[in-house]
Design a protein around this ligand. Structure first.
Ligand code: KE4
Length: 422
């Protein structure tokens, strides 16, 4: 494949934007090659500026569960644009989207629309703190919840200690309010709650971790977190920005049968537009301004264009439940091809999957960290050059959409077999 136009555009972009991108992972730094610049996408295909065609397993990091540029969504958004892009005032459509989320999840009673997963998480944590009157938040090593200061932290030096900043520009005062445990260890969580329980506002967790590659919860783990929260009067927050409306219409909460106190959604709920949600139990959400004293606001929150994309996407998912069995079946075909081609560890939950360039169980960040990232980079480049566009990092997930044809899945399996038989 030639990449001359991408290389030229990348050089120019780097002069004006950090890393030439508007989100770091897109810079392909983890795989040591020039990012491809995208011209357009349709269905399960994505096309770069040099005219190369790829089967897309990034799906914009999750939103494109229906494939890119789904006709019904595009047509509805086009019509909505004619009526104005934003009003900064309430609209009927926001209530229509809220009804779809409340019906789909079955446990969300009150919610607020915001513009990004980061904003949804930041706001949910503030609501949890406002409701409990407590300051501390517990998160898990390897889980990512957007770039609000308190979430950009890493485990402190000793066990059961406060976190440390994991980014320049995050004051220690912020990281002091965050605690970090290893994912999938209830023992560590119990220990931390014995020490800090009375001042922990909430646990925030990816019910299926997908930001260290795909790491499923061990049996009983999510329910165990809920039980510990109930014992100490803390709230359980599911960050379902990735899993929401993907693992099932009701997300991981439905898939695992565990109901959190608060939940965040992003990506799919906006149909590819900047829209995210936080919500949950009414008594908690009534704390949010203007009903309550927890302030949160946004100029473009619930704007009619993003809401239209979200409504059309959720309507299609609600009206076509077989989409979930289809994307699960297709991803299982991919999983089988990997498992038959390599001893490397494959984790899959529904239409989320990762191949880790290590062997043995991968169930938390330390076991993920055993992966050979240099070997992953070589695999990534081989796949890209053979027309398969997957995440440029060992620590991301593969996403499958209902637009992925059986032929394209089979073609991908062929390239997988080719790579691992080299
Ligand atoms: P955004 O602020 O990027 O919309 O959402 C943040 C976020 C929150 N919670 C979870 C579980 C997430 O996965 C994310 C964002 N996911 C990454 C992909 N791993 C977005 C891609 C990127 O950062 O460019």
């Amino acid at each position: 494949m030639i990449h001359t136009e991408s290389e030229a555009l990348y050089k120019e972009a780097c002069k004006m934007m950090p890393g030439g991108v508007n989100s770091p992972v897109r810079a392909f730094k983890n795989v040591g090659t020039t990012p491809v610049f995208i011209d357009h996408a349709k269905g399960d295909k994505i096309y770069d500026v040099d005219g190369n065609e790829y089967i897309d397993y990034v799906c914009s990091w999750g939103p494109n569960i229906l494939g890119a540029a789904r006709d019904e969504v595009i047509n509805a958004v086009k019509a909505a644009c004619e009526r104005g892009l934003t009003y900064g005032a309430p609209t009927k459509k926001e209530s229509e989207l809220a009804k779809l989320v409340i019906k789909a999840t079955g446990f969300v009673e009150v919610l607020r629309l915001v513009n990004s997963g980061t904003e949804a998480v930041m706001s949910a944590i503030r609501a949890a703190r406002g409701y409990t009157g407590r300051d501390l938040v517990l998160k898990f090593n390897g889980c990512y919840h957007g770039h609000s200061d308190g979430m950009l932290v890493k485990a402190g030096s000793g066990l059961l200690t406060n976190a440390e900043p994991d980014s320049a520009g995050v004051p220690k005062a912020y990281s002091d309010c965050t605690l970090v445990c290893e994912y999938n260890s209830l023992e560590e969580v119990s220990g931390i709650f014995e020490k800090y329980g009375e001042n922990i506002a909430c646990i925030i967790v990816e019910p299926v971790a997908a930001n260290m590659g795909v790491v499923p919860p061990k049996p009983g783990y999510l329910q165990g977190l809920k039980d510990i929260c109930e014992k100490y009067g803390a709230l359980l927050v599911f960050d379902e920005v990735i899993t929401g409306f993907r693992l099932a219409l009701g997300g991981a909460a439905q898939y695992y049968g565990v109901t959190p106190d608060l939940v965040t959604y992003g990506k799919i709920v906006g149909g590819g537009m900047p829209l995210a949600v936080y919500g949950g139990r009414e008594e908690i959400m009534r704390k949010v301004s203007p009903d309550g004293s927890v302030y949160q606001a946004g100029t473009l929150s619930g704007n009619p264009i993003a809401v239209t994309a979200g409504i059309e996407t959720l309507k299609l998912l609600t009206e076509n439940p077989d989409i979930y069995t289809e994307i699960d079946r297709k991803t299982a075909v991919l999983e089988k091809a990997y498992r038959q081609s390599t001893d490397f560890t494959v984790n899959r939950v529904g239409s989320l999957m990762s191949v880790f360039f290590t062997t043995g169980d991968v169930y938390d960040y330390p076991t993920v960290a055993r992966s050979d990232t240099a070997r992953f980079a070589e695999y990534f480049k081989f796949m890209l050059e053979h027309g398969i566009y997957s995440a440029p990092s060992q620590f991301e997930a593969m996403f499958v959409s209902c637009a992925h044809s059986d032929e394209d899945i089979e073609r991908t399996c062929e390239v997988v077999r080719q790579y691992f038989s080299k």
